[in-house]
Design a protein around this ligand. Structure first.
Ligand SMILES: NC(=O)c1ccc[n+]([C@@H]2O[C@H](COP(=O)([O-])OP(=O)(O)OC[C@H]3O[C@@H](n4cnc5c(N)ncnc54)[C@H](OP(=O)(O)O)[C@@H]3O)[C@@H](O)[C@H]2O)c1
Length: 223
């Protein structure tokens, strides 16, 4: 075009354009799905309250906001304990025109309640149980099956593996204004050796939703 005398500018809104296509770009260049880690977290980094109580960490508006993420990915992935504890639907309900993503459940022991919603609702055919392999291998296999994006929704065990193995491309964390204590950490695992080894976020965005705050960004893993 330049040779034809047409004025050309490149790199216009480069970051914005890259963000628009971030999932496909990752998958097409690496074969691995773009991985988003999402959870509702108390201010002290816990994922859950003691059982028997209202289990929600965040309010209804934040949970609705989070469900929109499901409409943007090819698959949602959780650990088996989350199915056993919460019996979640993992649907994109309430999002107009949303396509139901695959629902991937990881289990080594295979002990999953057959009455769980994900096996019995109208999207049951979109549920897959995967029983072996590291999280990295599971994601690679999903990538080979043309799943370009995966939303990891917990629980803490699976999120920790994802962070330790540096598999997370983006986080979307909903912080509720409460302290719960207790054993279920959102990101436990091995952890970073020191602050210099921690994954600082770039492109951080803060959004207040009702009484909760949604923090999103892209972990920058140190060399
Ligand atoms: N606030 C939130 O956003 C949120 C979201 C999700 C969950 N939660 C809470 O988190 C709690 C559950 O979390 P959790 O840390 O205990 O467990 P989890 O991560 O939900 O599940 C752990 C289980 O997943 C399976 N698993 C993990 N990694 C695997 C791998 N690489 N390959 C095959 N299977 C694998 C194993 O299942 P088997 O034991 O069957 O072998 C393991 O015991 C619940 O209390 C739930 O309410 C909160």
């Amino acid at each position: 075009m330049r040779a034809a005398g047409i004025s050309v500018r490149t790199g216009v809104f480069e970051n914005e354009c890259t963000a628009l296509n971030e999932t496909f770009n990752k998958w097409i260049t690496t074969g691995q799905p773009f991985v988003v880690a999402k959870c509702g977290m108390s201010l002290d980094g816990r994922l859950t309250r003691r059982s028997g109580e209202d289990p929600w960490i965040t309010g209804p508006a934040a949970r609705r906001h989070a469900r929109m993420l499901r409409a943007q990915v090819d698959a949602v992935l959780v650990g088996a304990s989350t199915i056993r504890a919460d019996n979640p639907r993992l649907t994109a309900r309430g999002v107009r025109g949303a396509r139901q993503p695959w629902r991937i459940v990881l289990t080594r022991g295979g002990r999953l309640p057959q009455k769980a919603r994900i096996f019995n609702d109208r999207f049951a055919a979109r549920t897959r149980v995967i029983g072996k392999g590291t999280l990295r291998k599971v994601l690679a296999e999903l990538g080979r099956n043309e799943i370009t994006s995966v939303l990891i929704e917990g629980g803490g065990d699976v999120l920790s593996q994802a962070l330790d193995a540096r598999l997370i491309d983006k986080v979307q964390i909903y912080l509720g204004p409460l302290l719960t204590g207790g054993p279920v950490l959102a990101f436990g695992g091995r952890g970073a050796g020191g602050t210099s080894e921690a994954a600082f976020l770039r492109g951080v965005n803060y959004e207040r939703i009702g009484q909760d705050v949604c923090v999103s960004g892209y972990p920058n893993y140190p060399a």
